[in-house]
Design a protein. Structure first.
Length: 149
């Protein structure tokens, strides 16, 4: 009986350790809270523009990368923050340079620097191409679609 309790405790400990190591890095992290705080649900807008560039960005001191795109609207160039690379692996050729897209999301207060340019930015919730949703990135409250992965 004592051996069974010991094995049960060991199994639970191993399961919790594996879950913590592999589990949902977004749900309980400071990163999610920081990202959610920077997504202002009261500042949502939709813009339409032509994709000038798609690129990966690696935040400082992070092993992860994310996808961004630069679009040119009739008024300005914008840096569109899409989401983490591991979530957007399927992005390959879904959106390409020259596509006209409609982006709905929250405009960031801080501009983003890319190359020699500093551009206003939007954290995308949804991207449409030809009036069809091709990327659903956040819900109406700004919660990332990748949270819980």
């Amino acid at each position: 009986m004592l051996l069974c309790h010991g094995l049960l405790k060991l199994a639970i400990l191993l399961a919790l350790t594996a879950s913590a190591a592999h589990g949902a890095p977004w749900d309980n992290s400071q990163r999610l809270k920081k990202m959610a705080a920077s997504y202002d649900v009261n500042n949502i807008e939709t813009v339409e523009g032509v994709v000038e560039e798609l690129y990966e960005i690696t935040p400082h001191k992070s092993p992860n990368y994310g996808y961004h795109m630069i679009i040119k609207t009739d008024k300005e160039e914008l840096n569109i923050h899409l989401g983490p690379g591991w979530y957007l692996k399927k992005l390959d050729n879904l959106i390409v340079k020259g596509d006209t897209v409609q982006v709905t999301g929250a405009r960031s207060k801080e501009p983003m620097t890319h190359g020699n340019s500093t551009l206003r930015s939007i954290r995308a919730a949804e991207v449409k191409k030809n009036n069809v949703v091709v990327l659903k990135l956040r819900d109406k409250n700004g919660k990332p679609a990748w949270s819980g992965y």
